[in-house]
Design a protein around this ligand. Structure first.
Ligand code: 5RP
Length: 236
């Protein structure tokens, strides 16, 4: 751990290292995206190089694929893997039922496909990601670029019909242009403050033509490894 890490980074680091201990020889491992997942990939790289760990990794973004290769981890596609033993990924929020908001890094589609194709999903997170009710973090929704304004209108109408108060929907930007995901789509960030019925919202969003996937991960995560900035760990 480097001395100039922020408290949040220290918490992410300890969480990622603890989760890396759960990876065993021969496993096909889904590799998440984001700063916490990057700590994990670097640790797995060390284990591959220094301890002879043999794994095959399925990355959830080009960013993670590049990092995993640079770390010496064998990278395969989900098609090649067929199924995964374990996926380890970060999250933007988790609640007491281990439901999540993901997609802050824009990789929610591949992240959800990979997590769903795994025997087990472990989330690594600093304690600040824990919430009583999901929704303080804006909910990312991946949408097709074609007619994206119409899709946004339909999403806004849905939110009104579900009585979600004070919502705001913003097209995610990267400098002057829309942010484009690895799958060539856009992201709408829904600032909802509080999501009353996450399951209902997740299902309703995915019914809208133009919506590819949303960042609510309901009943997908099995375990959260929570890191604290003083080095403590908690498994839920
Ligand atoms: C990327 C994600 C990330 O897991 C999430 O944004 C958490 O990122 P970080 O570990 O940097 O806090 O869902 O799409």
């Amino acid at each position: 751990m480097s001395a100039d890490m922020t408290p949040a980074d220290k918490a992410k680091y300890v969480s990622a290292r603890r989760a890396a201990d759960l990876v065993e020889n021969g496993m096909r491992v889904g590799l998440g995206t984001g700063s916490t997942a990057a700590f994990l990939v670097r640790r797995l790289g060390e284990m591959v190089r220094d301890e002879g760990l043999k794994i095959r990794g399925v990355p959830t973004s080009t960013r993670t694929a590049d990092l995993a290769r640079a770390e010496g981890i064998e990278v395969i596609t989900l098609e090649q893997a067929g199924w995964l033993d374990l996926t380890i990924d970060g999250a933007d929020e988790f609640d007491n039922d281990l439901n999540l908001i993901k997609g802050g890094g824009g990789a929610l589609l591949q992240e959800k496909i990979v997590a769903m194709a795994s025997d087990r999903m472990i989330v690594i997170a600093d304690a600040g990601k824990h919430v009583e009710t999901l929704g303080a973090f804006p909910l990312p929704v991946e949408i097709i670029p074609f007619g994206w304004q119409a899709t946004r209108k339909l999403i806004e109408e849905l939110l009104i019909s579900m009585d979600v108060q004070g919502h705001d929907t913003a097209l995610r930007m990267a400098s002057e242009s829309p942010f484009v995901t690895d799958e060539g789509n856009y992201i709408l960030d829904l600032d909802l403050k509080r999501i009353g019925d996450a399951q209902q919202l997740a299902q309703a969003l995915n019914q809208i033509p133009g919506v590819v996937e949303n960042g609510l991960f309901i009943d997908i995560c099995d375990t959260v490894v929570i890191g604290y900035d003083d080095g403590r760990l908690e498994l839920r």
